[in-house]
Design a protein around this ligand. Structure first.
Ligand SMILES: Nc1ncnc2c1ncn2[C@@H]1O[C@H](COP(=O)(O)OP(=O)(O)O)[C@@H](O)[C@H]1O
Ligand SMILES: [Mg+2]
Length: 439
């Protein structure tokens, strides 16, 4: 992509409405624009990041055996009356009437709808287990939308729903999601700690929130110091392995949200306890027959007797993650994208646009990288080098390639790693090999 043609409205000044760094940087880097309270348009750069995050989420869901479908955003009120949540949900639910005066709503979550879809097609224990997910926009009319995409009213969520014949099956489904979540967040460059969370209502007794530590986090959290330098992924089994041991290990290291933490009854000594703030990026939940019973999701068991299916639901805040990743990875100059979610892998800077030799070499490097399948943002604008450096640092592309008059003469380009600021002069071929070769 040539920057001269790209829609990238960056801002020099800090927008006054943004209270936290990720919100500031997303606005400044031209990723998002607010269109209403808690509602955002994702501009091309932001949309690229969202797609990258979605892809990793999707790959891990698929690897765990979950199957993707797509449910609508608009739902009939009727379904929610059956589960009893239509009234309970209160003002957070955006209620709509269509031209026939039918009551509809913009879905804040999809337990009712997926249960209805499931029950209409699955009638036997042989149809189990199933785990179905989608990545879809949700609307919750939050009282206090804030911090940009971190607490929006409209936001993108991956939500999965598992169906099993019995509690043991549901537990296995839960553990698979638990593993998929740890893998997903690790691939996104995040250290997400699973914390015992309030499981609230009827039936369920298993619930974990996946939380990354950040000063700007909305939840108070407590965890064993061990979490800080633990690489759980190094110990992670495959999805088809026995997951009990891994689950016991990961949940055995103390971590709890302030709702669950009880200072008087804390199992670890004070000097090992970290008290911090955290951002909830995912939440998994086993709730048994809470929805299958009222909505009639019943299958015939092996002995022919009807069984209400055991369910769980599993959410990841896909749009929130874009902000959360920035909270975890930035510096004074701007965003530092982990390679896995970067909107472009390489930012190519022509230090002297208009100079025939620089233009030629930069265009050749651009062509070479693109042919090698690398996504490149080529800053070909007639701007001062300082402006180009600042913009490229701001948007946080992991590698920068600098083409300038001096290097062009001696046949080298400069390669800069955004995260460390390290720079090296390399021949064009070595630079290309480094950017296209194995990491
Ligand atoms: N208002 C919001 N804005 C952005 N992301 C949200 C919002 N509410 C929830 N999420 C994301 O969706 C995930 C699943 O939602 P859920 O646990 O049902 O929400 P909550 O914890 O607010 O009740 C959360 O872990 C979070 O990452
Ligand atoms: Mg939650």
């Amino acid at each position: 992509m040539r920057l001269s043609a790209y829609f990238l409205p960056t801002l020099k000044e800090n927008p006054s409405e943004a209270q936290i760094v990720s919100h500031r940087l997303m606005l400044r880097a031209g990723m998002i624009r607010q269109t209403g309270a808690g509602i955002y348009a994702w501009l091309p750069l932001g949309q690229r990041v969202l797609k990258r995050i979605e892809r990793i989420v999707r790959e891990e869901q698929d690897a765990s055996g979950a199957q993707e479908l797509l449910m609508p955003t608009i739902q009939p009120a009727e379904l929610w009356r059956e589960s009893g949540r239509y009234d309970d949900y209160g003002k957070e639910m955006l209620r709509i009437r269509d031209r026939h005066d039918r009551e509809m709503l913009y879905g804040p979550t999809n337990e009712e709808m997926i249960t209805d879809i499931f029950k209409n097609s699955c009638k036997s224990y042989r149809d189990l287990p199933k785990n179905l997910y989608h990545i879809q926009w949700k609307f919750r009319d939050e009282i206090r939308p804030r911090f940009g995409v971190m607490r929006g009213r409209e936001f993108l969520m991956k939500d999965a729903y598992s169906f099993d014949l019995d509690a043991a099956g549901a537990r296995r489904a839960y553990q698979k999601m638990f593993l998929a979540y740890l893998r997903t967040f690790a691939r996104l460059g995040l250290k997400a700690i699973p914390m015992r969370a309030e499981s609230g209502a009827i039936g369920g007794n298993l619930s974990h929130e996946f939380i990354i530590l950040a000063e700007t986090g909305e939840s108070g959290v407590f965890c064993d110091r061990t979490w800080l330098d633990l690489d759980v992924m190094a110990e992670a089994p495959g999805f088809d392995d026995d997951l009990e041991r891994f689950f016991a290990r990961a949940t055995g290291i103390y971590a709890a949200t302030d709702e669950k933490h009880d200072a008087a009854d804390c199992p670890i000594p004070a000097d090992r306890l970290v008290s911090a703030r955290g951002i909830e990026v995912g939440h998994i939940f086993y709730f048994g027959t809470k929805y299958s019973k009222p909505l009639g999701a019943v299958v015939a068991g092996p002995d022919g007797e009807p069984v209400a299916v055991e369910m769980g639901s599993y959410g990841i805040g896909v749009s929130r993650l874009a902000g959360a990743i920035i909270e975890a990875s930035h510096d004074e100059a701007g965003i530092i994208w982990p390679d896995s979610v970067a909107p472009f892998q390489v930012g190519l800077i022509n230090l002297k646009s208009g100079d025939a030799a620089c233009d030629r070499v930069a265009a050749e490097v651009y062509g070479d990288l693109r042919r090698a399948g690398v996504e490149v943002l080529y800053d070909d604008r007639a701007e001062r080098p300082g402006v180009k450096f600042a913009d490229m640092d701001l948007i946080g592309v992991p590698w920068q390639v600098l083409v300038g008059p001096r290097g062009v003469k001696s046949g080298v380009v400069e390669l800069k790693r955004r995260a460390t600021g390290e720079r090296a002069e390399l021949s064009r071929d070595s630079a290309l090999a480094k950017l296209t070769g194995p990491a």
